[in-house]
Ligand binder design. Sequence first.
Ligand code: GLN
Length: 306
Amino acid sequence: MDWQKVLDEIAQEIQPELGVGKVADYIPALSAADPKAFGMAVTTVKGECYRTGDAGVPFSIQSISKVLTLTIALGFENEDLFDRVGREPSGSAFNSIVQLEQEQGIPRNPFINAGAIIVTDTIITHCRQKAGADLILDLARKLSCSPRVRIDDEVARSEALWGNRNRSLAYFMKSFGVLQNDPEEVLQAYFCQCALEMTCQELARAGLYLANDGVDPVTNQQIATHAHVNRINALMMTCGHYDMSGDFAFHVGLPGKSGVGGGILAVVPGICSVAVWSPALNKAGNSHAGTMALELFSEKTSLNLF
Ligand code: GLN
């Protein structure tokens, strides 16, 4: 496969889509992103890396961090984690509160905000000796092989200041007895994980264990078990794009996870990990051009899983 040719063609063909949609501004620190920025990177299980456009520009990975926290929490709790968070698509917005009351404070899945807050809560329960956010940052640095990866303090502060919806979700789940720790402590770690700043190149490298049964193929380190990676990829496929998860599976056909910073991480099991970034979002809060670029990717490479 001529990966570089594929990426260069996508970067060319995606031009008319750049800037279509809206940059997230409900977290004010995100609103400064250039709506027309576009970057994409592929890392293959052989360790080769290909990139195009702004693939070296750091951006806020936001909800893509939910994949990393799920990996850590599954390592701690195995399937017991699913006593407190479901594994069904929500069909609702990422920050919706409506289902939570009907379903006794148990979030539908780990990739909506409420579910990710429970996952972070689990991490805090298991690692009192170290702040939850530090553990997540360490994993992001280890997986990307990049000590440069950092938590953007300005974004984290902005999330905390404007995070009343997330605060509501956390306290609501606390009222049902589902959240184990102090809601403010959990939220602080959650805001920090969302504020992780990475480039497409770093993110594609970080996602490689998901394409290789849980083992980093370059360092040979076991990051997650084979069974856990199966679970994570299944959840990315069914729940990774909120109420447009079906649409993403329909058009792209790969496990993927989006974030409101405009990034998407996608996995081709056995072959490669792909990261794309373009900040203008569609109505569900997923990168418009990023989604279209991945659709082009799966068409051009015939790597659509179906
Ligand atoms: N930090 C964002 C929030 O909590 C993450 C949402 C997202 O990326 N979809 O609202």
